[in-house]
Design a protein around this ligand. Structure first.
Ligand SMILES: NC(=O)C1=CN([C@@H]2O[C@H](COP(=O)(O)OP(=O)(O)OC[C@H]3O[C@@H](n4cnc5c(N)ncnc54)[C@H](OP(=O)(O)O)[C@@H]3O)[C@@H](O)[C@H]2O)C=CC1
Ligand SMILES: CC(C)(CO)C(=O)C(=O)O
Length: 317
């Protein structure tokens, strides 16, 4: 299959390598000049756990440079960047192109619907992980899975088969909305708490009250979900959290939000805890834990951005 990955960052790069290795024709689309140059010149370096680094040569272009037709475009930008990416790659989207979004957070389907017909959209969630440590180099750990569904009449079966050829452990779900809320529940615990506690996933698991904090956050999300007709399965989320703590799954991973903070970037917090706090306010559901976590992550974004700017100034002197 001819596949483009729009957002060839940490996770896009990992999935791109797996898809290319399985025989698909893969093109990365990204906007970070140093990352693009590093990959196109020296290849993408992948360090998986303690194994020796490996190099992969996946072509990467900017949205302005990309040409041709793709059977599938996998959207893997951060959620706030999705709309812009879709605008930028509009020239390569034909009526035959299928688009699969795997970004975290709520509201992605609505954004894609502004750009293409429902019958071209697939939505999913993923437990694959990756860290972009420097331009052209990702560190990966453990394994993962994907759940996806066609929103209208897109061909979920052939997309799932293409991804499974690459060992991506894809399951077709009949209720992706519940899966998206479920994954957002997982992210609303692990992502902000990794930032606020300065911990990777298994380190978070060593906090004596970590799972109590998780339950407070999830209890609010469950109540908010009920107002939207979505059933949030707290036990299922807690089981998934326990699985993710294991090093063979994602224990050694620093969640994507932690990486954003390290890089002085704005995070996806408003599409996770912030989204639940906002709907809670509209529906008169108290969400003190989600509201506090959102405010603290925004404060952390500001602090780290100022620190990073100062570091750069010092460097220039
Ligand atoms: N990393 C992980 O382990 C996991 C991530 N996810 C989710 O997957 C999504 C992607 O995460 P991740 O890979 O970590 O994110 P990254 O920030 O590493 O990658 C996103 C890439 O998209 C590029 N990009 C965004 N918008 C544009 C645009 N308009 N034009 C060109 N390039 C653009 C970014 O470039 P630039 O930096 O220049 O903007 C960046 O390189 C997120 O929703 C995340 O929550 C889900 C599970 C695990
Ligand atoms: C849940 C987790 C941590 C891994 O899948 C993730 O989605 C992320 O890093 O954003």
């Amino acid at each position: 299959m001819k596949i483009a990955i729009a957002g060839f960052g940490a996770l896009g790069s990992r999935l791109g390598v797996k898809l290319q290795t399985a025989g698909h024709e893969v093109t990365g689309i990204d906007g970070w000049p140093a990352h693009i140059a590093a990959i196109n010149t020296n290849g993408l370096t992948v360090v998986h756990d303690d194994l020796p680094p490996k190099k992969y040569f996946v072509p990467v272009v900017t949205p302005k440079e990309v040409t041709g037709e793709f059977d599938l475009i996998i959207l893997l930008t951060k959620t706030p960047q999705l709309d812009r990416m879709l605008t930028d790659i509009a020239p390569i989207i034909t009526q035959k192109t299928q688009l699969l979004v795997l970004s975290n957070g709520l509201g992605n389907i609505e954004v894609i619907e502004k750009h293409v017909a429902r019958d071209q959209i697939l939505a999913g969630v993923t437990l694959w992980t990756s860290s972009l440590v420097k331009p052209g180099e990702i560190h990966t750990t453990g394994t993962g899975s994907i759940k996806l569904q066609a929103i209208g009449h897109a061909d979920a079966i052939s997309v799932a088969a293409a991804l499974n050829k690459a060992g991506l452990n894809v399951e077709i779900t009949q209720d992706v909305l519940t899966a998206i809320w479920h994954k957002a529940g997982i992210n609303s615990v692990l992502n902000p708490l990794s930032v606020l506690l300065n911990a990777n996933i298994s380190e978070f698991g060593t906090a004596g009250n970590g799972m109590d904090l998780a339950l407070h956050i999830l209890d609010e999300i469950q109540k908010v979900g009920a107002t939207q007709g979505v059933k949030v399965d707290i036990t299922g989320i807690m089981n998934d959290l326990t699985d993710l703590l294991k090093p063979e799954n994602a224990g050694n991973h620093y969640p994507s939000m932690y990486q954003d903070i390290q890089n002085g970037k704005r995070t996806e917090i408003d599409f996770l805890n912030g989204f639940f706090a906002k709907i809670g306010r509209q529906e008169h559901i108290d969400t003190p834990f989600n509201a506090l976590v959102t405010a603290l992550v925004h404060a952390k974004e500001d602090i780290e951005r100022v620190k990073l700017a100062k570091k750069q100034e010092t460097f220039e002197i």
